[in-house]
Design a protein. Structure first.
Length: 389
């Protein structure tokens, strides 16, 4: 049986989109009769040894008093130690550079093929989580990213924008396969839009409170929407204390506390019911290098679409890879709260437009962007790697 080591510096399971992505990848690999072993960090609550989706899971103990980089380095060292003790893997599949560089450097010695799954690169993303991070450190991290990319046998990423960025670092585009994120019809299916009479409509955001998400744009748009019609902005997601403080300050400054509800992240299986309670869903995505240069494939957008809710999102390439403007969503000018407000008011005043967009988006997501399709594409990458052994 083909043996796969899958490493991820992400808590699994958790409410984050990364966890959802990992679980569906594992399911696809196990369904191909691969023997999959997942290494992830432990949050101190989950068991050290586990089984998920038919894969064995080993969780690496973390010292949660340490900072992110110290924990990342420790995780990389733990993966290296695991590989020194456990031979016979056919493919090692990794999502980060913390262990990825060691894995790629030692592929010939340890006898496996390598697959780098690039969803985000820390040289771009860390500054949004840690604004004071040293620029020289980020430069060193970028060097490590480039080395890991060049040493990997195959690379997958979730969008054409991400592939273009990887290619700009000197990589052969043919080595990079785009596999968009997905949704599962068993988890997300369209529900009727709630009636708007006699209740305050809900504008919903689900996701992290990271600076690149553009939540400040929605907050700034809210007073302009409230001038025309009542609405409640519901924000559901995890964030660092710094991010929550900034968000609260923005809400207070604009005097919209009575129209905003901020809630912690919820388990993924509760998201469909949350979306069903909403009238409009938003993915504001700020105009920054994380979204424009590096790219991504926001799972929230696909889940909003599949669940049958009208979508507001910025008119930028990573969004246009998923939706058709004015057919599946209304796209506002990036970083423009006035345009976001204008289009939100349009949806609130036109129930038939909302219904048409929602129905089209749901059909598109559940036919074109499914986890089943993503699993098939991932399987083809594995077949190619195994065929070269």
């Amino acid at each position: 049986m083909t043996k796969i080591l899958y490493t991820a510096f992400d808590i699994v399971p958790s409410p984050k989109g990364a966890s959802t992505h990992i679980l569906h990848n594992i399911r696809g690999l196990v369904n191909r009769n691969f023997d999959v072993h997942l290494l992830t960090p432990n949050d101190g609550l989950l068991p050290a040894e586990d089984s998920i989706e038919g894969a064995r899971v080993t969780r690496i103990t973390q010292d949660l008093s340490q900072n992110f980089l110290a924990r990342a380095v420790h995780f990389g060292q733990a993966v290296a130690a695991h590989l020194a003790l456990h031979s016979g893997y056919d493919i090692v599949h990794y999502r980060n550079i913390w262990d990825g560089l060691f894995i790629a450097q030692n592929k010939s010695k340890l006898g496996y093929k390598t697959l780098f799954e690039v969803n985000g690169l820390p040289s771009i993303e860390l500054k949004y989580h840690y604004p004071g991070i040293d620029s020289e450190l980020l430069a060193k991290i970028k060097e490590q990213e480039i080395a890991t990319l060049h040493l990997s046998d195959a690379i997958i990423c979730p969008s054409n924008v991400t592939r273009d960025y990887i290619a700009s670092l000197g990589l052969n585009r043919k080595l990079v396969t785009v596999i968009p994120n997905g949704v599962s019809a068993s988890d997300f299916s369209p529900s009727p839009l709630p009636p708007r009479e006699g209740r305050v409509p809900v504008l919903l955001y689900i996701g992290t409170l990271a600076d690149w998400q553009g939540l400040d744009i929605v907050i700034k748009a809210l007073p302009k929407i409230l001038e025309q019609t009542p609405i409640q902005l519901r924000i559901v997601g995890r964030g660092r204390s710094r991010q929550r403080k900034i968000l609260s300050k923005q809400i207070r400054k604009l005097g919209v506390e009575g129209s905003v509800l901020v809630q912690p992240a919820i388990p993924h299986h509760e998201i469909p019911a949350l979306i069903a309670e909403s009238d409009i869903c938003v993915a504001p995505l700020g105009l920054n290098d994380r979204n424009v240069t590096q790219g991504a494939c926001p799972i929230k957008v696909l889940e909003y679409m599949a669940a049958g809710r009208p979508l507001l999102a910025p008119n930028m390439p990573i969004v246009r890879e998923l939706v058709r403007e004015d057919m599946d969503a209304l796209l506002f000018s990036p970083n423009d709260p006035d345009d976001l407000a204008r289009q939100a008011i349009m949806l609130l005043n036109d129930f038939e437009l909302s219904k048409r967009l929602a129905e089209s988006a749901s059909k598109r997501a559940l036919t074109k962007f499914t986890w089943h399709e993503s699993q098939k594409k991932l399987g083809k990458v594995y077949e190619k790697l195994l065929g070269g052994m």
